[in-house]
Design a protein around this ligand. Structure first.
Ligand code: PLP
Length: 342
């Protein structure tokens, strides 16, 4: 069972992802080449970055019940349920909000794949990381392995390093762009990226100012866990070696000299899961020339940001960008047909 989750298996999945050049008139006119990493196709059932974030968590959870948290349209919950069904784990989803009369398509899939759904009020959901609530989960569900919301933990970050490794071995490029929620995918990508390249994370959240700090903190932890304390200490100008625990002590302040990455916060389009007219117009135009579909919560904001920043002159002629299509298409079912042609 453990071989199912070896480094080699992960790399084989990552290497199997198509790298596609797309037709994009505005970018072509600027002389900027875009290669799309179709991570929406990385696995037949666990789509996108959630596959990478779960991979090493699954390795560690063998023999246990997987438990995690999310909303009714969560890509992470969907991927976790699929992973349970595919690899033989029992799964429990703690779902935000009271059970609705009609389940979302996401939760219908999750149930069909054997996930136990446990609905909690928004108020209880906010307390989901409290010791009291976690202890209660152990009492109720037994031998569980808890994956944080969105798969955002150290093992999740490490899994996302494969996205970069499997791209650098096949293509040369100058920068890599991806959509950010928790920033754990960006941390994995940036920590594995050759320092002469840059990673851009497009935040989909409105008014969340700590994303850069979260990314920096994840990156330090992952580098330290890989025995690169000296590197971290040097970059942060520490007088002592960092330790993984010490990382918390280092504080969350960002360190510019450490950054081959950047969080871009002005393309939230009104906020999480909001579909503004401007974004909708962009999606329809983009999909008319692209050979794949995108969704409003994450990937539409990514491509919208790339186009806008390119038009603003951020990248010079001849730049080669990689755009990570991080999946999430199952969540598109949460938007009505009138808004989007499905
Ligand atoms: C969850 C998700 C993201 C955000 O990933 P983070 O690691 O939380 O930043 C991006 N794109 C899609 C499609 C997602 O489902």
């Amino acid at each position: 069972m453990q071989e199912a989750f070896s480094d080699e298996t992960l790399m084989n999945f990552a290497l199997g992802v198509p790298l596609q050049r797309i037709k994009w008139p505005k970018l072509e006119a600027l002389g900027i080449e875009v290669i799309v990493r179709r991570d929406d196709l990385v696995h037949t059932r666990l789509s996108g970055n959630k596959f990478y974030k779960l991979f090493y968590n699954l390795q560690k959870a063998v023999g246990k019940t997987l438990l995690s948290f999310g909303g009714a349209y969560s890509n992470h919950i969907h991927a976790l349920a699929a992973a349970g069904n595919e690899y033989g784990f029992n799964t429990v989803g703690i779902i935000r909000g009271e059970r609705p009369k009609q389940l979302s398509p996401t939760l219908v899939d999750a149930l069909a794949w054997g996930m136990r759904l446990h609905f909690v009020s928004r108020k209880v959901y906010q307390q989901k990381e409290s010791i009291a609530f976690i202890n209660q989960l152990y009492d109720q569900f037994g031998d569980i392995y808890i994956v944080p919301e969105g798969g955002a933990n150290l093992l999740g970050v490490k899994g996302c390093q494969a996205i970069v490794k499997a791209t650098e071995s096949r293509e040369s490029f100058d920068a890599i762009c991806l959509a950010c929620g928790t920033g754990s995918t960006l941390a994995g990508v940036a920590s594995a990226l050759n320092p002469d390249k840059k990673a851009y994370g497009i935040s989909v959240l409105k008014g969340y100012d700590c994303l850069s700090d979260d990314v920096a903190s994840f990156m330090r932890r992952v580098l330290i866990s890989q025995g690169r304390e000296d590197f971290v200490a040097e970059k942060l100008k520490l007088k002592h070696k960092g330790t993984e625990e010490g990382c918390v002590g280092i504080g969350k302040q960002s360190s510019p000299e450490y950054q081959n990455w950047e969080v871009v916060s002005r393309f939230h389009g009104g906020g999480y899961a909001k579909l503004s007219d401007e974004l909708l117009t962009f999606i329809n135009r983009f999909e008319s020339h692209a050979s794949f579909v995108i969704e409003p919560v994450y990937t539409a904001k990514l491509f919208w940001a790339i186009e806008t920043m390119a038009c603003e002159g951020l990248w010079s002629r001849g730049t080669r960008l990689v755009a990570v299509h991080s999946g999430g298409l199952q969540g598109r079912r949460g938007f009505t047909m009138k808004q989007l042609s499905v």
